[in-house]
Design a protein around this ligand. Structure first.
Ligand code: FES
Length: 139
């Protein structure tokens, strides 16, 4: 088998950083009541799945925590990791503001990604929308 030279990756250093050390990744199943809502989405292009959990401050609707788990590729992992940082840094974004984050903005924060991997960044975007929908149904 031919050895892969990872120095030849077409990924930015940011993608590699978030892929090798994903932020807010959760392996275990969350405990009941640990989060306020959850979302899940599948990617029709590749069959990968993303699950996401959010904790929201009720009065301000700021995102206090966002955890995620995926059966997805390196780009999906890096995209969701950086998205989780974007929405929770600086005290957390309001749900309405976080809903406005586009896959393009996620890709830009990662320093770009190969065009054919762009659909992978959509997983974070859509799983978050599903989690917010679930949150709104509960309150
Ligand atoms: Fe499926 Fe990237 S190839 S999410």
């Amino acid at each position: 088998m031919k050895k892969v030279d990872t120095n030849q990756w077409y990924y930015s250093d940011k993608v590699k950083e978030h892929f090798f050390k994903p932020k807010n990744f959760i392996v275990r199943e969350p405990k009941k009541g640990e989060f306020d809502a959850e979302g899940q989405v599948g990617n029709l292009m590749c069959g990968d799945i993303m699950k996401m959990w959010i904790k929201v401050a009720p009065k301000t609707e700021k995102i206090k925590a966002l955890k995620w788990r995926t059966w997805g590729c390196a780009t999906a992992i890096a995209s969701t990791s950086v998205f989780s940082v974007m929405v929770t840094e600086k005290g957390g974004m309001k749900l309405e503001d976080a809903l406005k984050i586009t896959p393009n903005e996620i890709a830009a924060r990662l320093g770009g990604m190969p065009p054919r991997k762009f659909h992978c960044s959509v997983l974070a975007h859509l799983a978050f929308r599903d989690a917010v929908k679930n949150y709104r149904e509960k309150i």
